[in-house]
Structure formats: C-alpha cells, structure tokens
Design a protein. Structure first.
Length: 293
C-alpha cells in the first residue's frame, strides 16, 4: 500500500467544491492514497457521510475543516484535522464564522449590483449549497450566468487562457481592497480559534502559509506557535519550490509538523488535479496524532 495522504481536499458540501464525498473517496482509492481529509470551508457537512464511506472504499478519512480567520489584518485559513465534528464547540465556532461570512457576502453582492452586474443575493444563496459563499464562489456564479456572455466587463475573464483562472482574476479586480466591490473582512480571529482548538480535539495546522493573501513570515509563525499552532502545510499547490524550502526550514526550527494538501476543489480550481501533491506521507498523520491534546 502507498503511504500517500492529502490533508486538504474540498467536497461539494463547501460553496466552491464540485465532488461529493463519495467521488473523493473513489478518486483517493484510484490514486492509491492511504488517507485523506475533507477540509471544507467553514462547514463539516461532509460528515458523517465521508466516514461511513471510508471503510467501504478502504481509505482512511481524517475529519477536518478549513476555518477562515483574521490575523494581523490578513485572511488566514486554519485546518483542524482530527476534530470531533459533532462537538458543540465546533458548531459555535462555525455559527460565528457563518454570521460574519454571510454578511460579508451579502454586502459584496450589493456592491456588484451597484456597479451594474446582474446578480441577486437569492441566487447566490441557492447556488452556494447552504455553505457561506466565498468571494470566488460569487464570482463563479456571476460568470456562469447566461447574461454574462455578452457583458463587456466580463469578456476578458471568459476568453482564452484567462478562463481557467476567471474567478480569481475577477476577485482581484473587484473584491480586493480598493476595488469596486471591496468589503472589510469580519472573520473570527485566528488567535481565538487557536485557543478553542483543543476543545474541538482538532490539531491546528495553518493552510498554505505562502498564499498571496497570507504571506506568513517566520515571525508570524513563531507567535502563532506560542498560541497553539501545531502544524504547517508546507507542501501545497500554492507554493513554489522556493516557498517549500523556506517553510520546511521554518517548520523544523519551530518544531511544527509539516503537512501536505493539494487544496483540490474541482472546476473552480481546474489547474489543481487530484493527487498532484505527492509529498504527503502517512507519517504526517502519525505526527499530528501524537500532538493531539
């Protein structure tokens, strides 16, 4: 058996994922993975279904989540592998996050309407599958609309090589600070989630620290380690080889468990293929398990 693991996958229970837990388990089986984590954005709706399918497909499923937080004015994403998804503390954290994220998303839609885009809050809610809609989800919904085909402001996203990156290009043009549909983030603080993480039984792992919106420094990570951070997603589709080497060095120096996750979503990230991150080894799972409080 291969010892490969991917600790950062998204299912269609997330607002921006395409594949059901059933299909993710099938893909994991086909690609020879020993274990995976479905780490949906701010929801644990993939469970218990994913766990029930785990034995059937012969692939271990480690319950997890990806929580959207704020730290030092930046958006940071925290993974919590091994969390007990049924605990009330998990529900309380997610209710806090959902309230902030829904308000943020609604204001984004209002601003898009103000600048002339044909999009409604009702359709965003309907197409987000009850999960808090991300900015890229809103962008994809707008780009998918038939009325968008002839919209002069959307043509550049729908043509040529831009198409596969369309939601992210739109996000940068409209949702970033200083852009027409920018809305200040109101997410729960990373420090607060780190303090609550032991109650969830999850192990705190910072996702894609080198992502353009995070850009975590060694100083950031040292401070977060003091506040309970246990692991660092060193191997990810977000990182260049140079970033991998940098975060490997930092993880060793700070004694953070190095993890691997592709951040596979499906259509919204077509350049990320299932199984493309092969650095994940089962020893990472063992190391995280040993660090559980």
């Amino acid at each position: 058996m291969n010892e490969w693991v991917d600790l950062h996958l998204h299912s269609n229970k997330s607002s921006d994922g395409d594949f059901s837990p059933f299909h993710l388990l099938n893909l994991a089986k086909e690609h020879g993975f020993r274990a995976i984590s479905i780490s949906d954005h701010d929801t644990v709706a993939a469970y218990p279904e994913a766990l029930e399918l785990s034995e059937e497909r012969g692939v271990e499923v480690i319950p997890s989540i990806e929580i959207t937080t704020l730290f030092d004015g930046r958006e940071f994403h925290l993974l919590l592998p091994f969390l007990d998804w049924k605990k009330k503390i998990v529900r309380r954290i997610l209710d806090r996050v959902a309230e902030a994220r829904l308000k943020e998303a609604e204001e984004r839609v209002e601003k898009l309407q103000e600048v002339g885009f044909d999009i409604s809050w009702e359709e965003v809610l309907e197409k987000s599958r009850s999960a808090p809609p991300l900015g890229v989800t809103i962008a994809q919904i707008l780009l998918d609309k038939a009325s968008s085909d002839d919209h002069h402001r959307l043509k550049k996203y729908l043509e040529g090589p831009n198409r596969q990156f369309a939601p992210y290009l739109f996000y940068k043009d409209y949702f970033m600070e200083g852009k027409p549909a920018f809305v200040p983030k109101r997410n729960i603080s990373l420090e607060e989630v780190l303090s609550l993480a032991p109650q969830t039984e999850g192990v705190s792992v910072l996702a894609h620290p080198g992502a353009y919106f995070e850009q975590a420094t060694k100083q950031d990570l040292a401070l977060l380690k003091e506040q309970g951070l246990v692991g660092l997603e060193v191997y990810t589709s977000y990182h260049t080889p140079e970033q991998e080497r940098f975060y490997e060095e930092v993880a060793r120096e700070l004694d953070l468990v190095m993890t691997a996750g592709s951040d596979f979503h499906g259509r919204i990230k077509p350049y990320i293929h299932f199984g493309q991150v092969k650095n994940g080894k089962y020893e990472m799972v063992d190391d995280l398990r040993k660090r559980r409080r």
